[in-house]
Design a protein around this ligand. Structure first.
Ligand SMILES: Cc1cc2nc3c(=O)[nH]c(=O)nc-3n(C[C@H](O)[C@H](O)[C@H](O)COP(=O)(O)OP(=O)(O)OC[C@H]3O[C@@H](n4cnc5c(N)ncnc54)[C@H](O)[C@@H]3O)c2cc1C
Length: 287
Protein backbone atom coordinates (compact mmCIF):
# COMPACT_ATOMS: atom_id res chain seq x y z
CA UNK A 1 0.00 0.00 0.00
CA UNK A 2 1.14 3.56 -0.77
CA UNK A 3 0.48 6.29 1.68
CA UNK A 4 1.56 9.87 2.30
CA UNK A 5 1.82 11.29 5.78
CA UNK A 6 1.01 14.86 6.72
CA UNK A 7 1.84 16.05 10.22
CA UNK A 8 0.16 19.40 10.93
CA UNK A 9 1.71 21.34 13.80
CA UNK A 10 -0.84 24.14 14.21
CA UNK A 11 -4.63 24.10 14.24
CA UNK A 12 -4.61 26.17 11.04
CA UNK A 13 -2.45 23.53 9.32
CA UNK A 14 -4.80 20.80 10.54
CA UNK A 15 -7.82 22.65 9.17
CA UNK A 16 -6.00 23.11 5.83
CA UNK A 17 -5.15 19.38 5.67
CA UNK A 18 -8.79 18.48 6.38
CA UNK A 19 -9.99 20.82 3.62
CA UNK A 20 -7.37 19.68 1.12
CA UNK A 21 -8.26 16.00 1.43
CA UNK A 22 -12.06 16.18 1.58
CA UNK A 23 -12.52 14.60 -1.83
CA UNK A 24 -9.69 12.08 -1.37
CA UNK A 25 -8.96 9.00 0.73
CA UNK A 26 -7.48 10.05 4.08
CA UNK A 27 -7.41 8.90 7.69
CA UNK A 28 -6.65 10.69 10.92
CA UNK A 29 -4.25 8.97 13.30
CA UNK A 30 -2.99 9.84 16.79
CA UNK A 31 -1.17 6.96 18.55
CA UNK A 32 -1.79 4.59 15.60
CA UNK A 33 -2.19 1.56 17.91
CA UNK A 34 -5.55 0.68 16.32
CA UNK A 35 -5.05 2.30 12.93
CA UNK A 36 -1.84 0.51 11.94
CA UNK A 37 -3.44 -2.89 12.58
CA UNK A 38 -6.45 -1.89 10.50
CA UNK A 39 -4.29 -0.58 7.62
CA UNK A 40 -2.02 -3.63 7.66
CA UNK A 41 -5.08 -5.77 6.91
CA UNK A 42 -6.45 -3.53 4.16
CA UNK A 43 -5.35 -2.92 0.60
CA UNK A 44 -6.44 0.66 0.05
CA UNK A 45 -4.67 2.20 -2.94
CA UNK A 46 -3.82 5.85 -2.39
CA UNK A 47 -4.14 6.98 1.20
CA UNK A 48 -3.05 10.07 3.11
CA UNK A 49 -2.52 9.77 6.85
CA UNK A 50 -3.07 12.97 8.78
CA UNK A 51 -0.87 12.46 11.81
CA UNK A 52 -2.31 14.40 14.75
CA UNK A 53 0.47 13.52 17.16
CA UNK A 54 2.67 16.50 16.20
CA UNK A 55 -0.02 19.12 16.87
CA UNK A 56 1.21 21.79 19.26
CA UNK A 57 -2.13 22.94 20.59
CA UNK A 58 -2.99 22.84 24.30
CA UNK A 59 -6.69 22.37 23.56
CA UNK A 60 -5.90 19.10 21.79
CA UNK A 61 -3.06 17.90 23.99
CA UNK A 62 -3.62 19.39 27.46
CA UNK A 63 -5.90 18.92 30.46
CA UNK A 64 -7.62 21.70 32.43
CA UNK A 65 -10.06 22.14 35.32
CA UNK A 66 -12.64 24.88 35.73
CA UNK A 67 -15.41 25.06 38.36
CA UNK A 68 -17.87 23.08 36.22
CA UNK A 69 -15.85 20.76 34.00
CA UNK A 70 -12.61 18.88 33.49
CA UNK A 71 -11.35 19.08 29.89
CA UNK A 72 -9.09 16.43 28.41
CA UNK A 73 -7.62 17.03 24.93
CA UNK A 74 -8.16 14.23 22.44
CA UNK A 75 -4.37 13.73 22.12
CA UNK A 76 -3.78 13.12 25.82
CA UNK A 77 -2.29 9.65 26.15
CA UNK A 78 -3.70 6.83 28.22
CA UNK A 79 -0.48 6.88 30.31
CA UNK A 80 -0.94 10.60 31.09
CA UNK A 81 -4.49 9.87 32.25
CA UNK A 82 -3.38 6.96 34.42
CA UNK A 83 -0.77 9.14 36.18
CA UNK A 84 -2.78 12.35 36.64
CA UNK A 85 -3.50 13.07 40.31
CA UNK A 86 -6.62 15.19 39.63
CA UNK A 87 -8.12 12.27 37.69
CA UNK A 88 -7.12 9.85 40.42
CA UNK A 89 -8.91 12.00 43.05
CA UNK A 90 -11.97 13.08 41.09
CA UNK A 91 -12.61 10.34 38.55
CA UNK A 92 -11.24 7.00 39.84
CA UNK A 93 -13.32 5.16 37.21
CA UNK A 94 -11.28 6.83 34.45
CA UNK A 95 -7.92 6.21 36.08
CA UNK A 96 -8.76 2.53 36.67
CA UNK A 97 -9.92 2.14 33.07
CA UNK A 98 -6.66 3.71 31.83
CA UNK A 99 -4.59 1.34 33.97
CA UNK A 100 -6.50 -1.65 32.60
CA UNK A 101 -5.86 -0.77 28.94
CA UNK A 102 -3.30 -2.94 27.12
CA UNK A 103 0.28 -2.58 28.45
CA UNK A 104 2.56 0.19 29.70
CA UNK A 105 4.16 0.59 26.25
CA UNK A 106 0.84 0.92 24.41
CA UNK A 107 -0.52 3.31 27.05
CA UNK A 108 2.42 5.67 26.35
CA UNK A 109 1.22 6.29 22.76
CA UNK A 110 -2.49 5.37 22.69
CA UNK A 111 -4.72 8.44 23.08
CA UNK A 112 -8.08 9.04 24.69
CA UNK A 113 -9.38 10.45 21.38
CA UNK A 114 -8.27 7.33 19.52
CA UNK A 115 -9.99 5.08 22.04
CA UNK A 116 -13.25 7.00 21.61
CA UNK A 117 -13.10 7.38 17.79
CA UNK A 118 -12.30 3.69 17.35
CA UNK A 119 -15.83 3.19 18.77
CA UNK A 120 -15.11 -0.31 19.98
CA UNK A 121 -17.91 -1.63 22.23
CA UNK A 122 -15.11 -2.83 24.53
CA UNK A 123 -13.17 0.47 24.59
CA UNK A 124 -12.10 0.87 28.20
CA UNK A 125 -11.84 4.67 28.36
CA UNK A 126 -15.07 5.01 26.38
CA UNK A 127 -16.89 2.96 29.02
CA UNK A 128 -15.50 5.03 31.91
CA UNK A 129 -16.30 8.29 30.10
CA UNK A 130 -19.90 7.30 29.35
CA UNK A 131 -20.35 6.53 33.08
CA UNK A 132 -18.95 10.02 33.76
CA UNK A 133 -21.52 11.58 31.37
CA UNK A 134 -18.74 13.09 29.27
CA UNK A 135 -19.30 15.37 26.26
CA UNK A 136 -17.26 15.50 23.03
CA UNK A 137 -15.99 18.72 21.50
CA UNK A 138 -15.76 18.26 17.74
CA UNK A 139 -14.07 20.61 15.25
CA UNK A 140 -14.85 20.77 11.54
CA UNK A 141 -12.67 21.86 8.61
CA UNK A 142 -13.78 25.48 9.04
CA UNK A 143 -12.61 25.39 12.67
CA UNK A 144 -16.24 25.45 13.88
CA UNK A 145 -17.07 23.56 17.07
CA UNK A 146 -20.03 21.35 17.98
CA UNK A 147 -20.69 19.45 21.21
CA UNK A 148 -22.30 16.05 21.63
CA UNK A 149 -22.90 13.74 24.60
CA UNK A 150 -20.48 10.82 24.31
CA UNK A 151 -23.28 8.28 24.81
CA UNK A 152 -24.91 9.61 21.60
CA UNK A 153 -21.61 9.89 19.68
CA UNK A 154 -21.35 6.09 19.31
CA UNK A 155 -23.51 4.76 16.48
CA UNK A 156 -22.37 1.12 16.24
CA UNK A 157 -19.18 -0.96 16.28
CA UNK A 158 -16.52 1.27 14.67
CA UNK A 159 -19.15 3.94 13.90
CA UNK A 160 -19.49 7.42 15.34
CA UNK A 161 -21.34 10.60 14.45
CA UNK A 162 -18.08 12.13 13.12
CA UNK A 163 -18.27 13.41 9.55
CA UNK A 164 -15.32 13.16 7.18
CA UNK A 165 -14.64 16.85 7.71
CA UNK A 166 -14.53 16.55 11.51
CA UNK A 167 -11.96 15.81 14.18
CA UNK A 168 -12.44 15.12 17.89
CA UNK A 169 -10.82 17.99 19.77
CA UNK A 170 -11.47 17.29 23.45
CA UNK A 171 -13.70 15.61 26.00
CA UNK A 172 -15.36 17.39 28.94
CA UNK A 173 -16.38 15.69 32.16
CA UNK A 174 -18.78 17.43 34.58
CA UNK A 175 -16.97 18.26 37.82
CA UNK A 176 -18.23 16.58 40.99
CA UNK A 177 -20.33 18.77 43.26
CA UNK A 178 -19.53 16.48 46.19
CA UNK A 179 -16.12 15.04 46.88
CA UNK A 180 -17.42 11.79 48.34
CA UNK A 181 -17.41 9.21 45.61
CA UNK A 182 -17.97 5.60 44.92
CA UNK A 183 -16.29 5.17 41.57
CA UNK A 184 -14.57 2.29 39.83
CA UNK A 185 -14.01 0.22 36.71
CA UNK A 186 -14.33 -3.56 36.53
CA UNK A 187 -13.03 -5.40 33.49
CA UNK A 188 -13.53 -9.10 32.94
CA UNK A 189 -11.38 -10.70 30.25
CA UNK A 190 -9.57 -13.94 29.65
CA UNK A 191 -6.32 -12.42 30.94
CA UNK A 192 -5.67 -9.42 33.15
CA UNK A 193 -3.42 -7.57 30.62
CA UNK A 194 -3.28 -7.05 26.85
CA UNK A 195 -6.84 -8.26 26.56
CA UNK A 196 -10.06 -6.66 25.37
CA UNK A 197 -12.88 -7.17 27.84
CA UNK A 198 -15.62 -9.80 27.73
CA UNK A 199 -17.60 -7.52 30.02
CA UNK A 200 -16.75 -4.17 31.56
CA UNK A 201 -18.62 -1.90 33.95
CA UNK A 202 -17.76 1.69 34.81
CA UNK A 203 -19.59 3.34 37.71
CA UNK A 204 -19.37 6.76 39.28
CA UNK A 205 -21.63 7.84 42.14
CA UNK A 206 -21.47 11.11 44.03
CA UNK A 207 -22.79 10.54 47.51
CA UNK A 208 -23.62 12.53 50.65
CA UNK A 209 -21.45 11.94 53.72
CA UNK A 210 -23.95 9.31 54.90
CA UNK A 211 -23.80 7.43 51.56
CA UNK A 212 -27.00 8.73 49.93
CA UNK A 213 -26.56 8.89 46.14
CA UNK A 214 -27.02 12.32 44.54
CA UNK A 215 -25.53 11.63 41.08
CA UNK A 216 -25.19 8.23 39.42
CA UNK A 217 -23.52 7.04 36.23
CA UNK A 218 -23.18 3.42 35.14
CA UNK A 219 -21.91 2.24 31.74
CA UNK A 220 -21.32 -1.23 30.35
CA UNK A 221 -18.90 -2.34 27.64
CA UNK A 222 -18.57 -5.35 25.30
CA UNK A 223 -22.20 -6.40 25.76
CA UNK A 224 -23.92 -4.41 22.97
CA UNK A 225 -22.96 -2.80 19.63
CA UNK A 226 -21.83 0.30 21.54
CA UNK A 227 -20.94 1.19 25.11
CA UNK A 228 -24.29 1.68 26.89
CA UNK A 229 -25.32 4.12 29.62
CA UNK A 230 -27.56 2.21 32.08
CA UNK A 231 -30.08 4.96 32.72
CA UNK A 232 -32.65 2.81 34.57
CA UNK A 233 -30.09 1.39 37.00
CA UNK A 234 -28.64 4.87 37.60
CA UNK A 235 -32.11 6.35 38.24
CA UNK A 236 -32.96 3.50 40.63
CA UNK A 237 -29.95 4.34 42.80
CA UNK A 238 -30.67 8.06 43.23
CA UNK A 239 -31.50 8.84 46.88
CA UNK A 240 -30.65 5.28 47.97
CA UNK A 241 -27.79 4.74 50.39
CA UNK A 242 -24.86 2.89 48.82
CA UNK A 243 -23.61 1.78 52.24
CA UNK A 244 -26.92 0.30 53.14
CA UNK A 245 -28.49 -1.38 50.09
CA UNK A 246 -30.69 -4.38 50.72
CA UNK A 247 -30.11 -7.67 48.88
CA UNK A 248 -33.28 -6.90 46.86
CA UNK A 249 -31.84 -3.51 45.85
CA UNK A 250 -28.56 -5.12 44.74
CA UNK A 251 -30.44 -7.71 42.70
CA UNK A 252 -32.64 -5.01 41.16
CA UNK A 253 -29.60 -2.93 40.10
CA UNK A 254 -27.92 -6.02 38.62
CA UNK A 255 -31.13 -6.93 36.79
CA UNK A 256 -31.54 -3.40 35.36
CA UNK A 257 -27.91 -3.39 34.20
CA UNK A 258 -28.33 -6.81 32.63
CA UNK A 259 -31.50 -5.68 30.83
CA UNK A 260 -29.56 -2.83 29.17
CA UNK A 261 -27.25 -5.35 27.48
CA UNK A 262 -27.78 -7.00 24.08
CA UNK A 263 -24.66 -9.11 23.53
CA UNK A 264 -23.95 -11.48 20.66
CA UNK A 265 -21.97 -14.72 20.49
CA UNK A 266 -18.44 -14.08 19.25
CA UNK A 267 -14.93 -15.49 19.43
CA UNK A 268 -14.33 -14.30 22.97
CA UNK A 269 -17.57 -15.42 24.65
CA UNK A 270 -21.17 -16.43 24.08
CA UNK A 271 -24.02 -13.97 24.59
CA UNK A 272 -25.36 -16.13 27.45
CA UNK A 273 -21.98 -16.09 29.23
CA UNK A 274 -21.60 -12.33 28.86
CA UNK A 275 -25.06 -11.76 30.38
CA UNK A 276 -24.33 -14.06 33.34
CA UNK A 277 -20.94 -12.41 33.97
CA UNK A 278 -22.51 -8.97 33.64
CA UNK A 279 -25.18 -9.79 36.24
CA UNK A 280 -22.67 -11.15 38.74
CA UNK A 281 -20.21 -8.32 38.17
CA UNK A 282 -22.99 -5.75 38.60
CA UNK A 283 -23.98 -7.36 41.91
CA UNK A 284 -20.39 -7.21 43.12
CA UNK A 285 -20.24 -3.39 42.86
CA UNK A 286 -22.00 -3.02 46.23
CA UNK A 287 -20.51 -5.98 48.10
C1 LIG B 1 -2.07 -5.07 21.72
C2 LIG B 1 -3.20 -4.12 21.91
C3 LIG B 1 -3.95 -4.17 23.07
C4 LIG B 1 -5.02 -3.31 23.25
N1 LIG B 1 -5.72 -3.38 24.41
C5 LIG B 1 -6.75 -2.54 24.60
C6 LIG B 1 -7.50 -2.60 25.83
O1 LIG B 1 -7.23 -3.38 26.73
N2 LIG B 1 -8.56 -1.76 25.96
C7 LIG B 1 -8.90 -0.84 24.99
O2 LIG B 1 -9.85 -0.10 25.18
N3 LIG B 1 -8.20 -0.76 23.84
C8 LIG B 1 -7.15 -1.57 23.63
N4 LIG B 1 -6.43 -1.50 22.46
C9 LIG B 1 -6.85 -0.55 21.42
C10 LIG B 1 -6.10 0.81 21.34
O3 LIG B 1 -4.83 0.78 21.92
C11 LIG B 1 -6.92 1.94 21.96
O4 LIG B 1 -8.20 2.00 21.35
C12 LIG B 1 -6.23 3.31 21.82
O5 LIG B 1 -6.74 4.18 22.81
C13 LIG B 1 -6.39 3.96 20.44
O6 LIG B 1 -5.73 5.22 20.46
P1 LIG B 1 -4.74 5.67 19.31
O7 LIG B 1 -4.31 7.06 19.63
O8 LIG B 1 -3.66 4.66 19.11
O9 LIG B 1 -5.73 5.65 18.06
P2 LIG B 1 -5.37 5.51 16.51
O10 LIG B 1 -4.99 4.10 16.22
O11 LIG B 1 -4.44 6.58 16.08
O12 LIG B 1 -6.83 5.82 15.90
C14 LIG B 1 -7.93 4.98 16.16
C15 LIG B 1 -9.14 5.50 15.37
O13 LIG B 1 -9.54 6.77 15.84
C16 LIG B 1 -9.44 7.77 14.82
N5 LIG B 1 -8.93 8.96 15.51
C17 LIG B 1 -7.88 9.03 16.37
N6 LIG B 1 -7.82 10.25 16.93
C18 LIG B 1 -8.83 10.97 16.40
C19 LIG B 1 -9.30 12.31 16.59
N7 LIG B 1 -8.74 13.16 17.48
N8 LIG B 1 -10.38 12.73 15.89
C20 LIG B 1 -10.99 11.89 14.99
N9 LIG B 1 -10.61 10.60 14.79
C21 LIG B 1 -9.54 10.17 15.48
C22 LIG B 1 -8.54 7.18 13.77
O14 LIG B 1 -8.84 7.69 12.48
C23 LIG B 1 -8.85 5.70 13.88
O15 LIG B 1 -10.03 5.41 13.17
C24 LIG B 1 -5.34 -2.35 22.25
C25 LIG B 1 -4.57 -2.27 21.07
C26 LIG B 1 -3.51 -3.14 20.91
C27 LIG B 1 -2.69 -3.04 19.65
Amino acid sequence: MNFDIESPVTREELVQSLRKHQSANFRLGAGFTDLLIELKNSDQAELTLINLSQLEDEEFSGMSFNPTEFRVGALVTVAQISKNSAIQQNFPVLQQAALSLASGQIREVATIGGNICQASPSGDLSCALVALKATCEIMDMEGKIRHEALSGFFRGPGKTSLQKSEVLKSISIPVNQRKTLKSGFIKIGKRSAMECSIVSIGYHFQVEADGKVIQAGIAIGAVAPTVIFCSKAAAFLIKRNVNNLTEDDRLKVAELIQQAASPIDDLRASAWYRKEVLFNTARSIFE
